[in-house]
Design a protein around this ligand. Sequence first.
Ligand code: FAD
Ligand code: ZN
Length: 470
Amino acid sequence: MTALIEQLKETCGAPNVLHEGDLTAWEQDWRKRVRGKALAVVRPGSTREVAAVVRACAKAGTSIVPQGGNTGLVGGSTPDEAGRQVVLSLSRMNRVRSIDAANLTLTVEAGCVLQACQQAAEQAGLLLPLSLAAEGSCTIGGNLGTNAGGTQVLRYGNARELCLGLEVVTAQGEVWDGLSGLRKDNTGYDLRDLFIGSEGTLGIITAATMKLYPMPASSLTAWAAVPSMEEAVNLLGMAHRLLGPSLTGFEVMNSFSLALVAKHFRQLRVPLYEASPWCVLIENADSESELHARTQFERLLETAMEDGVVTDAVVAGNIAQARQLWHIREAIPLAQAEEGLNIKHDISVAVSKIPAYCAETDALLAREIPGVRMVNFGHLGDGNLHYNVQAPEGGDPAGFLRDHEDRVNAIVYDQVKVYGGSISAEHGIGEFKVDLLPAYKSPVALGLMRAVKKALDPKNVLNPGRVVRL
Ligand code: FAD
Ligand code: ZN
């Protein structure tokens, strides 16, 4: 193994091969639920170096864990405990390669932090509409590796829909240059879509060409109290009808998730949650003018109030207020972590089925664990909920997880199956869900996934044991 480390140092430069000292930042996941041990952390500076690292590792029989910002939530970006895997960090590959304003595209290296990509687009007067709470540290390679969602999916789609091309280093250490920037290309199997969402198991993304959009003339945010999940879904339908393509975000939050934010972040003023079981956050990004956006919003909220769909609402008066409202939404996972260990789910079912799903599953969980607290929030516009479960008040969070996690997961996911949904809407499978997948995915689909993995990475060099076991 020392021979491999020496070879990696020769390829990438000794300072870019870390194998001594504290490697916690690369070895531990964001949720602090797993802690592995790496043979080394390698930080190549170019696609050529990535390819050389892959060839060296493949030859030595050493597997590789690709890593971007290490913000993934399913335990897919950290090494196992054996001390034999190489973490390949893309962090030094963070350059913006080009912007083509006429083609509305941005080409960046995989280690470019999402926020830096957004800023590069903004400097050209354009919009990269991929947005998530981890955007200050997650990378475009990780976003595409997980097919990240975020808060604007209902208008612009997931990371997949925003990507026009990739550059990938294969498991054999070859480079596939697919950075064409073409919007139409039907010359065979879609290799790009195969790599997107493959969580580092099929190839290493080294660069991507992303779609850009014109900057909206104005973006307005409203916060509304709704009396039930049924009415939240009704409001979503009204918003689609009255705002049309200007509707860019529609998030739902239950009262308890907001109470946790109010409790743990006292500086944030959380509106309307005490008097209502649910609040929603609506974003209206209009291409005409602020006045037009405001008029549209007022019409929506007035109609909704007349119909009893909304009981109360506030519209942000300026950008700072809008940011504050989004900040509250984004603080929910952090407030939940402050409250103590909890059981997280990232599920999707058809929007029309969400109210029944929640009512039934809430009741099943309450019967199983009296006093259990639901932290239910997420991207209602996409039918995607972070349907999380917190220990009863005053309970011991660690003991709660030990005693109930498997049973809670079974209840939540079996219900997802009944409702024809997905057990992972946007976070991926990684390690945490790899053994759950066979119970919820068809044997035919799993067989095809294994066939793809075997064809592209027959030696199982890339992120073994994640997504699909061979
Ligand atoms: P990492 O965590 O480093 O890696 C994630 C996976 O991708 C791993 O399997 C890794 O091996 C693989 N990978 C990384 N880079 C590459 C590459 N260059 N080539 C191939 N494979 C690669 N996710 C959402 O979808 N929507 C959200 O709204 C959202 N909100 C979040 C909020 C917070 C506070 C946090 C901490 C996370 C959130 N996430 C969300 C999850 C996470 O941020 C996303 O999955 C993100 O896209 C991961 O990017 P990363 O660079 O950190 O990847
Ligand atoms: Zn999310």
